[in-house]
Write a protein that binds this ligand. Structure first.
Ligand code: LLP
Length: 436
């Protein structure tokens, strides 16, 4: 946290709002976003393209965090979005987001989802496999419509990140294989479809990546493919979409580049390679999710029970856990926390911060240095804005938290806390009859 995030009362400040007041007003667990920080990151991405004078789109990967307010904020920032399900498409449409600024991704888009996308007038469909080309062919014929497409390739780049979130390696479920000629078959097939307008190529190599090398390698492979397609099929690539994946700082030891610096390198790599190969520089699209919302998100929890295991460690339990943030349990992801009601007090011990779920693996932070705490204190886990709420569950029938957008000292409830009634609404009695 920054120095200006501590109030005179020695409370954590988020978006100009006192975190303790937010916890009182909205309850905990509470997800709070610093809206100005989201906007700033958007602008930083947009500026790096403008400085380098290339056509671009900054497309927010909304799987990282999607709600109505977020879609409206992205629209306000002139961003595009990446959507991966009927749910994301519908929520974005209902939020007023223009279909023309959406790119539809996924390795198994259903007929219903593709139909919805086409009917809505989706901007781009990222074609992932041959089955999908066939499906889309039928749908476009039925609907008498056409659509812009990108061909997603697996560039054969192994990004150094957790195995579950790597996507660019050869052995991947996503996209057309590059080396075996699949990509060429896909291009030929798509070019034969009068209703599909092939804009260009897409590759996403993975997520939470710290090294530049993977992005440079993927960028070069994309340009090389574009150059070959120009030669062999006289096909001009108008768009290269390099995906997202820019790593963020979760804990003090992480030292990633600024997200826009990854993008600067990608732009320069593409420009240099296209110049060398005598191609026109195409538009460059990026699809960051985590780097836009991750650092802007905080989760506030109330401290409850404590267990001291003599000679081993102390467990400090909070009122949320793996239901609102599965990342530590799923990926061994590391986080840091501050005591939001006295962020400046010196740490006096190291504790393990545990959730309330009935599972030993429900640990949010393995080792956190913290001042003395008592039940009722508020802990803020930092950098929880990406893939936290969006991967939340109702495990143990706990309800999902509320979400607040904080900006300039104003707090807006943008997603209300779930209630058990919301869950019960889906249920019927044992005999199948409606519940009373
Ligand atoms: N584009 C495509 C095609 C993607 O598959 C993804 C993420 C992104 C963009 C955005 O990547 P980002 O900038 O957010 O790294 N649940 C995992 C992350 C899964 C990422 C899936 N795809 C986690 O919590 O770490």
């Amino acid at each position: 946290i920054r120095a200006n995030q501590i109030s005179e009362a020695n409370h954590l400040i988020i978006g100009g709002c006192d975190a303790i007041s937010l916890a009182k007003e909205f309850g905990t667990p509470l997800v709070v976003y610093d809206v100005a920080q989201i906007k700033q990151q958007f602008q930083d991405f947009q500026e790096v393209f403008q400085e380098n004078a290339v056509d671009y789109a900054v497309s927010y990967a909304s799987k990282a965090f999607a709600n109505t307010a977020m879609y409206q904020l992205v629209q306000k920032m002139n961003g595009h979005i990446d959507v991966v399900s009927a749910g994301e498409i519908q929520l974005a449409l209902h939020a007023g987001f223009s279909a023309s600024q959406m790119t539809f991704h996924g390795n198994n888009k259903s007929r219903e989802e593709l139909t919805l996308a086409v009917k809505a007038g989706i901007g781009v469909i990222a074609l992932d496999n041959f089955h999908e080309i066939d499906l889309l062919h039928q749908i476009l014929a039925e609907q008498q419509r056409s659509v812009d497409v990108l061909l997603r390739i697996t560039p054969g780049i192994s990004a150094h990140t957790h195995e579950y979130i790597q996507t660019g390696q050869v052995d991947s479920k996503f996209g057309f294989d590059l080396e075996s000629g699949q990509v060429d078959q896909a291009l030929q097939k798509a070019l034969q479809e009068p209703n599909m307008n092939v804009l260009g190529i897409h590759a996403h190599i993975g997520s939470q990546i710290f090294e530049l090398a993977g992005f440079e390698g993927a960028s070069e492979k994309l340009v090389d493919l574009a150059a070959r397609w120009q030669r062999e099929y006289d096909f001009e690539t108008q768009v290269l979409n390099v995906g997202g994946g820019f790593g963020i700082r979760y804990v003090s030891d992480d030292q990633p580049l600024a997200p826009q610096d990854f993008v600067a390198t990608i732009i320069q790599t593409i420009k240099k390679r296209t110049r060398t190969l005598g191609l026109r520089t195409p538009a460059i699209w990026i699809e960051p999710g985590r780097s836009i919302v991750g650092p802007a998100g905080y989760t506030l929890y109330t401290v409850g029970a404590r267990k001291d295991v003599p000679g081993i460690r102390s467990y400090l339990a909070v009122d949320g856990g793996m239901g609102d943030n599965i990342r530590p349990a799923l990926y061994g992801a590391a986080y840091e926390a501050v005591l939001a009601n006295k962020p400046e007090a010196p740490a006096s011990e190291i504790v393990r911060i545990a959730g309330k779920y009935c599972e030993s693996g429900d640990i949010l932070i393995q080792e956190q240095a913290i001042p003395e705490t008592k039940p009722g204190d508020i802990i803020a886990v930092l950098n929880t804005g990406a893939y936290g709420y969006s991967m939340a569950s109702n495990y143990n029938l706990n309800v999902k938290p509320a979400i607040v957008f904080a900006e300039g000292g104003r707090a807006t409830l943008v997603t209300r806390r779930e209630r058990i009634e919301d869950i019960e609404r889906l249920d019927f009695n044992l005999d199948g009859s409606q519940r009373s």
